[in-house]
Design a binder for this molecule. Sequence first.
Ligand code: CDP
Length: 232
Amino acid sequence: MSARKIIIAIDGFSSCGKSTLAKQMAAILGYSFIDSGAMYRAITLYFLRHGIDINNKEQVVEALKDIHLSFHFNEERQASDICMNDENVEPYIRDLIVAEKVSPVAAIKEVRAFAVKQQQRMGKKKGIVMDGRDIGTVVFPDAELKIFMTAEPEVRVKRRFQELYPSNHNVTLDEVRHNLELRDYIDSNREESPLRQAHDAIVLDNSNLTREEQLEKVLGWVKERTTQTVAG
Ligand code: CDP
């Protein structure tokens, strides 16, 4: 019995474990996992490297013409690495330098149009888990399963700190807290596709859930949707 393939959209605040969950689900379901945030981070890295003035529309539009993004599966990470113009930029995009600039970049209309077009193309065949901020509202408004993830702010700060610390012993909890607060504020208040819970999304607060517990919950929701019989 083969279950029908669906689109799973996971949205939510910074650092609440969206990618971790998306990755686990994709592996179990045999779906592809796309971290849409990686695209905004790679674009930001390009702008930083080339000194693009984000207040200059013309410069931004010209720069976007020179950016080619693609994903390549990395066996070791069991997830796709993002490549920008054939360079694997996965090792650089999580740095705080990029995190500090990504939200203003992602608020630019032209940047969003550029990324969303590619994301929608990736979902054409379904069988995809994508996480981000506007996946259930803008990218895939018809996704069969939409999850809106959240966790208490201090839990999120600690999780992100633990992720960053091994490669940067100078990082502080305050820096991480400041970055998460600022990004959540900009992402939720921007004009273009602000972070919102889709009206038909299920809220998942994982402050007090282990990875296994949240996975079990979510796989139950997937099962309900993939085994539903379509009337008519
Ligand atoms: O992993 P984390 O929660 O830190 O963030 P991310 O998913 O890597 O996204 C980084 C930034 O990209 C966000 O703070 C947003 O500004 C932007 N983003 C967005 O605007 N729309 C998306 N679909 C995904 C990310």
